[in-house]
Each structure stands twice: as structure tokens, then as C-alpha cells.
Design a protein around this ligand. Structure first.
Ligand code: FES
Ligand SMILES: [Fe+2]
Length: 436
């Protein structure tokens, strides 16, 4: 079993050891330490709007249930019966009424997890059962926080607090939610699900990789742009072209857009402008936003065009198009990507139509862009198995003695955000390891 100092040695600053992507042992350590000590996205509150509504997901490899209790609060419980371990809920979502009932021996639990009833309960009298762990019912995760509708959980009972963990990075969630004239988002249907045969971190890194779009997406976005040129660049461009054309922007565009990093592995591309900056205005939207916030504030909300914000360890959000991607690890070389979209409550429906189009074009298994990335991840996963070299390079625009505890804004083609993620990776992997 690797020690904390061996884990620390896997990220040197300019390089990362390939085992972080390929080793089953590292993967198990990530599940045990990294995903327990960090605040991990669970779901959106609008996925469980009514009492008794639940949905099932996982935090790292831990099956959990997000459920709305009778007091209106959202709870996150381990999806495990305290009797023999049976998963309590297997549907993706549903309404369980006032209680969960285990399908094996019918123990039942309140929707906050407390044990409600056991058939033939007298069989447990004088056995000391009431002192047992099982008598407490289903186990809640260590801590839960609903931030403006987004539910995050920390599995570990003790650890870093929510605000300390996210800090000013929460401004990206704020901007996405503020774009609703009512300050509220609602989930719009189930996510697109797309299986990737690669390590989950490759997907997270790619979210702020600005040196690949004009190369890897030339086959899709480049073709679209060429065809449009052959047609004489007719205006106005339809939404599909507005979405896909910026993927072919030159390096200079990405250099100037800037990357901001925050402590604990969070960061975003698109500080000054982004591939979302030049979408056409949708009739009635600015008026609705101005009415809610005043013209000046409405303008400042819409002027913030952050591209991808990574919330370490494993989600990315896009404020300007109300999207969240969850990179769920299923193995060292297997990742399920869920791409959710949200409705801006009180905004014109055309905005949701554009958001849904973006998701289909860029992130769906049937996308014309998504497989460009998939192909690169899978080739990298295979290539890393070669013995030609042990290290992966993340050195671009690195300076000596980088300090990841400070917020920074840099050239948009830096790999600093990837290094920032590995700095956080080491920190939260080792914090609960013996000898750390
Ligand atoms: S395993 Fe759940 S009641 Fe027995
Ligand atoms: Fe890409």
C-alpha cells in the first residue's frame, strides 16, 4: 500500500506520474480518501422537489440517495440497509412516500434515515440491539450543503468546511443562478449519459485545456466552419453555428480569454471573454433580467461569460449556458459522464432550447464534437500503458514555486489549473492517510 509520501511524489509540479491515471491501487485510494475528504456534487434540489422524492447516484464509488424529508430539507444517505446491506433504492428516481422500506426483510426508515419499524421487533428485545449501529437506521453522509440549489456532500464526518473548500469559486454558481430573473434554476429532464473508457481525471483536465479545440475538433467544428464559408458566410448565423464556430478560434483567442485558479483545485477558463461571449441576444430576456435586478446589475451578470468552471474533484459548470457535467468514476479506466442542463426560471424558453442544443451537439453520445475528445482520452489511456515514459507533462507556462493557495488570473493557455488540481489531489488524498 502506498504511503502519503509516495502519493505526494507522484506530482512533481511540472510532471504527474502515469499511475495516477492507470493504477487500480491509486484508484482505490482515491475512492477511500479523495472522494471522502472533498465536497462532491450530488444533485440539484429540483430533482427532488417534493417530500419523499429521491434520486440515486454515487459519490466516488459510494452509492447514495438524495431525498427530500418531511421537514422539507434534503438529506443524503448511504444507499444501504443497516440490516444486511441491501441497496434500499435502485431506481434512478422516484417518490418513496413517508418512508423507505427495504425489499429484503421490510425494515423501514424515515426519509432522514432514522429507523422507523422492524417486523417482529420483539425478537430483538434483550439482545442489546438498541445499542447497535443498525438501530440508528440508514447512515447519513458526513455533511451536506445545499448551495443555491446545488447539493454537495462530504462523506467524511470531519473535515474542511464548505466555504473554506470552495471560497470565491462559488461566484461561478452564483452567476449561473443569477441569470434567472427569479434567481432559481430547475433541472430540465434527465442528463445525457456517455460512457468513457478512460480515467475520470482526463475529463476534468480537459475542461480547461485550451490548446486542444482547434486541433482535436478540427474534424467536426472545422468542417462546419468550412461548409459555412463555402456557403458565403450567410448572416444571421443559426444557433448551431454560433455554438460550434468558436471551437475553431485561434490560439490567440484562448490565450487572451484567461484562466483563473482558486485554492483547493477549483478554476475556470474565460475570464475576459469566452466561446460563449458572442451568442445573439434572445428577445425579452434582458428586459426580464433588468426588471428583476435593475439594468446595471443585469448587464454585469450577462457580461460575465465564464467558459468552464471546474469544481474539484469532478464537476464542471458552464454559467452562460446553464450546464453541469458530472464525471463519475467507475474504475481506473472507466468514467460515466452525466451532462445536465437547467432552465432559468422566469427566462424565455429560447434560452433552454439553445442550452439543450449545446448539450446535444457537444456532449451527447451522438454529438459531432464529443467523440473527438473521447478518442483523445481513450488513446491517452492506452498510450499511458506503454513503458516508453513514466511521466505526463503539465508544464505549460509554469513558473518556479507556484503558490496554489492564492487566486490567480493568467494566460488562458496555461496548464496551471491542471497543476492546481493535482496540488489539491495530493492534499486531499493524503490528509487522512496514516503518517501524513
Ligand atoms: S436487509 Fe434490509 S431489512 Fe434485511
Ligand atoms: Fe474538447
Amino acid at each position: 500500500m502506498r504511503t502519503a509520501s509516495e502519493i505526494t511524489a507522484m506530482f512533481t509540479g511540472p510532471q504527474v506520474h502515469r499511475d495516477v491515471y492507470t493504477s487500480p491501487e491509486i484508484y482505490r485510494l482515491e475512492m477511500k480518501h479523495l472522494f471522502a475528504n472533498t465536497w462532491v456534487f450530488v444533485g440539484h434540489e429540483s430533482q427532488t422537489p417534493n417530500k419523499g422524492d429521491y434520486f440515486t447516484t454515487q459519490i466516488g464509488d459510494q452509492p447514495v440517495i438524495q431525498v427530500r424529508h418531511s421537514d422539507g430539507e434534503i438529506y443524503v444517505l448511504f444507499n444501504r440497509c443497516p440490516h444486511k446491506g441491501t441497496k434500499i433504492a435502485i431506481d434512478r428516481e422516484g417518490n418513496t412516500g413517508k418512508f423507505f422500506r427495504c425489499p429484503y426483510h421490510a425494515w423501514s426508515f424515515k426519509t432522514n434515515g432514522c429507523l422507523l419499524a422492524i417486523p417482529l421487533k420483539k425478537g430483538y428485545e434483550d439482545t442489546g440491539f438498541s445499542e447497535s449501529e443498525s438501530a440508528k437506521g440508514m447512515t447519513p453522509v458526513g455533511a451536506v450543503r445545499n448551495y443555491r440549489g446545488f447539493v454537495f456532500a462530504r462523506l467524511a464526518p470531519e473535515g474542511i468546511g464548505f466555504e473554506d473548500y470552495f471560497g470565491d469559486s462559488l461566484s461561478s454558481i452564483d452567476n449561473m443562478v443569477d441569470r434567472s430573473p427569479e434567481g432559481r434554476l430547475e433541472i430540465a429532464g434527465p442528463p445525457l449519459r456517455y460512457m468513457h473508457k478512460c480515467n475520470w481525471k482526463m475529463l476534468v483536465e480537459n475542461q480547461t485545456d485550451t490548446c486542444h479545440p482547434m486541433v482535436a475538433h478540427e474534424s467536426s467544428a472545422g468542417t462546419a466552419v468550412n461548409i459555412w464559408e463555402e456557403m458565403g458566410n450567410p448572416e444571421p448565423r443559426p444557433p448551431a453555428m454560433e455554438i460550434i464556430a468558436p471551437f475553431m478560434s485561434p490560439y490567440e483567442f484562448f490565450e487572451k480569454m484567461g484562466i483563473r485558479t482558486w485554492p483547493n483545485g477549483h478554476g475556470h477558463t474565460g475570464v475576459h471573454h469566452s466561446i460563449h461571449s458572442d451568442y445573439s441576444a434572445i428577445p425579452g430576456y434582458f428586459d426580464a433580467l433588468s426588471e428583476a435586478y435593475g439594468e446595471e446589475r443585469a448587464k454585469s451578470i450577462l457580461d460575465e461569460n465564464r467558459h468552464n468552471t471546474v469544481y474539484f474533484p469532478n464537476i464542471m459548470i458552464k454559467g452562460p449556458i446553464q450546464q453541469l457535467r458530472n464525471f463519475i468514476p467507475l474504475g481506473p479506466d472507466k468514467t460515466l459522464v452525466e451532462s445536465y442542463i437547467y432552465r432559468l426560471v422566469g427566462a424565455p424558453d429560447q434560452l433552454l432550447a439553445r442550452t439543450a442544443m449545446y448539450n446535444r451537439m457537444i456532449n451527447a453520445p451522438t454529438s459531432i464534437v464529443g467523440h473527438d475528445d473521447l478518442e483523445m482520452y481513450e488513446r491517452a489511456q492506452e498510450g499511458l500503458m506503454s513503458n516508453g515514459m513514466e511521466w505526463v507533462n503539465v508544464q505549460r507556462l509554469r513558473t518556479e514555486a507556484e503558490d496554489f493557495s492564492q487566486e490567480t488570473v493568467e494566460n488562458g493557455t496555461t496548464e496551471r489549473q491542471m497543476r492546481n488540481q493535482f496540488d489539491a489531489w495530493v492534499k486531499f488524498m493524503t490528509v487522512s492517510m496514516e503518517g501524513a
